[in-house]
Design a protein around this ligand. Sequence first.
Ligand SMILES: Nc1ncnc2c1ncn2[C@@H]1O[C@H](COP(=O)(O)OP(=O)(O)OP(=O)(O)O)[C@@H](O)[C@H]1O
Ligand SMILES: [Mg+2]
Length: 230
Amino acid sequence: MRTAVDKPLPGVFISLEGCDGSGKSTQISRISSRLDSAGLNPLVTREPGGTPFGERVRQLLLDPGSPDRSILSETFLYAAARAEFVSKIVRPALAQGRIVITERYVDSTWVYQGYAGGVSVSNIESINTIATGGLETDLTIILDISDSTVINERLALKQKDKIESRSGKYHQKVREGYRVLAKRFPHRVICIDAGLDVSAVESLIWKEVVNILSKKGYDLTNEKHGRESL
Ligand SMILES: Nc1ncnc2c1ncn2[C@@H]1O[C@H](COP(=O)(O)OP(=O)(O)OP(=O)(O)O)[C@@H](O)[C@H]1O
Ligand SMILES: [Mg+2]
């Protein structure tokens, strides 16, 4: 959380979260096109990744042939990539007043390594805070899917990465964990039914994006689609 002594960052930071195959990439592409059309030039990025170092860590974490590791080692690897991501990508973009949209952020660690993986919530939250310097999103949208059959159908054609290859029970806990997370951080997290068709999900997300942008001073009803004042 930002404190009174921190100068508020002028940008807007949004993350999309949800289990593998919930539609995050699909929706980020649609929402960023809408923001582009509105002349808002969003920065679209992802975790783990976003920086050359982060993309190497991503390979280490997700490549199917990557060596096995403990869930705690995995947590620190995500945190290492995240520290780079926040300092090199997110903070500079926010300082320039840009809208940053990321596929996954701290909440993925909370759910995958914490709730589903067994690292304690207090440790996860401490590690996340150290990695990010406490930078929270303004809005996190969880693409929520309760039906595992829907996810299995969506992932059927894809080669599974190291984490996607974990058991059905683990992935069930991931889906459940996202709902617990939404209740823990209601000031910034919204759950959306990602089992609907792509356009319906897009409309629900867009409504939330417009809402947070208007709270930050953007006027998307105006033809200029710009920020009224900084
Ligand atoms: N609402 C939807 N209805 C049906 N299919 C969808 C929907 N959203 C996405 N898909 C399809 O599901 C698959 C996974 O979508 P996508 O890659 O966007 O998910 P993701 O959450 O980014 O996955 P990952 O966690 O692997 O990055 C794709 O084939 C996509 O076309
Ligand atoms: Mg994706």
